[in-house]
Write a protein that binds this ligand. Structure first.
Ligand SMILES: Nc1ncnc2c1ncn2[C@@H]1O[C@H](COP(=O)(O)OP(=O)(O)OP(=O)(O)O)[C@@H](O)[C@H]1O
Length: 322
């Protein structure tokens, strides 16, 4: 049985789980193909640390243009652990620059240089076979500006779905994704780009997510999937991802900036980062109980635990009563 792992300043762990009613229900979905995942994966990361070498230049003599370069090491992640089982959704929360994207990129096996600690995928290291089972939606997605929404998804379906499906079945999957992600009204609009006006930023983000959902990943990693979206659209997308997680036994990991309370409760687990260090890693339902147990109680009645966590991660301790 899995125990909740909580890393905080004192490293304490707690066991009881509280869940909101929202967490126990998976939204219905019609993603027929993507719900057929037969390769569920447990993602486990333990004590991750990552540092980069940066150079800072300082002019010694401006007239002669000479300068001294100092090599500095900057730690971007330190002691981060967690586990995501098939069907679970994990959120990475923290202030801007706290290391969320770095951690997500590490879990996707895409970080250059050495990541200390251990990352395993059902007990195995990252391999090219694991890469094929992983979907990654980056913060700045790259799409062809001249293709329409349905063309983009149809090409992705034709290129990336297995040969066991007929051409018509593949195209049908693209249509299902269009409906599922609420893209029907812009189905035939071009994606667009800096020079040609196309779909909105939120619609564009949904197309990027759809491209990855199409291929039925065992592990789906998404960087800020809800940024720039209104809360209703954000909830709808997360509902779709939750349906994918539950139905397809996909492990879903996302970075997220400022989730609403309803969005927060859609996640099973959360890792909260502060300057690259975890202040919490475990079940979403246990957060308040855990921080209360170590003396951090919100100064007023927080409706949204995410607000409390972000205050903590930002060092806003004056908002708290001890
Ligand atoms: N290759 C790099 N070289 C120098 N600094 C880097 C590099 N990659 C990341 N950083 C720094 O590491 C820190 C963490 O970056 P990261 O993108 O992981 O943060 P984040 O929590 O995702 O931020 P945001 O919410 O703003 O996207 C930032 O201060 C960033 O500037």
């Amino acid at each position: 049985m899995e125990n909740t792992t909580i890393h905080a300043t004192n490293g304490t762990s707690r066991g009881d789980e509280m869940r909101s009613p929202d967490q126990t229900q998976s939204p219905p979905s019609r993603l027929s193909f993507v719900h057929q995942s037969s390769r569920p994966i447990t993602l486990r990361f333990e004590d991750l640390a990552y540092a980069i070498k940066s150079q800072s230049g300082e002019d010694n003599n401006n007239n002669l243009g000479s300068s001294s370069i100092t090599n500095m090491t900057r730690t971007l992640l330190n002691g981060v652990s967690g586990v995501v089982r098939p069907g679970e959704m994990l959120a990475m929360l923290g202030p801007s620059g706290s290391g969320k994207t770095t951690l997500l990129t590490a879990l996707a096996g895409r970080l250059p240089g050495k990541v200390l600690g251990s990352i395993t995928y059902s007990g195995q290291p990252f391999t090219s076979s694991m890469k094929r089972k992983t979907g990654f939606v980056a913060q700045d997605d790259v799409l062809y500006p001249h293709l329409t929404v349905i063309e983009t998804l149809s090409y992705a379906a034709l290129l990336r779905l297995p040969k066991t499906l007929t051409r018509d079945e593949k195209l049908q999957q693209a249509e299902i994704i269009v409906t599922e992600l609420g893209l029907t009204s812009c189905r035939d609009s071009i994606i667009g780009g800096p020079l040609i006006r196309g779909v909105s930023g939120g619609e564009r983000k949904r197309v990027s997510i759809g491209q990855e959902m199409l291929v039925n990943p065992s592990l789906l990693l998404l960087d800020e999937p809800t940024s720039g979206l209104d809360s209703t659209t954000a909830l709808r997308i997360m509902g779709t991802l939750k349906g994918l997680a539950r139905g397809g036994r996909t492990s879903v990991v996302t970075t997220i900036h400022q989730p609403s309370s309803r969005l927060y409760w859609m996640f099973d687990k959360v890792v909260v980062l502060s300057d690259g260090c975890p202040i919490y890693s475990g079940h979403t339902g246990q957060v308040m109980q855990y921080f209360r147990s170590i003396g951090h109680v919100p100064g007023f009645n927080f409706v949204n635990p995410a607000d409390f966590l972000l205050d903590l991660a930002n060092g806003e301790l004056d908002l708290l009563m001890f």
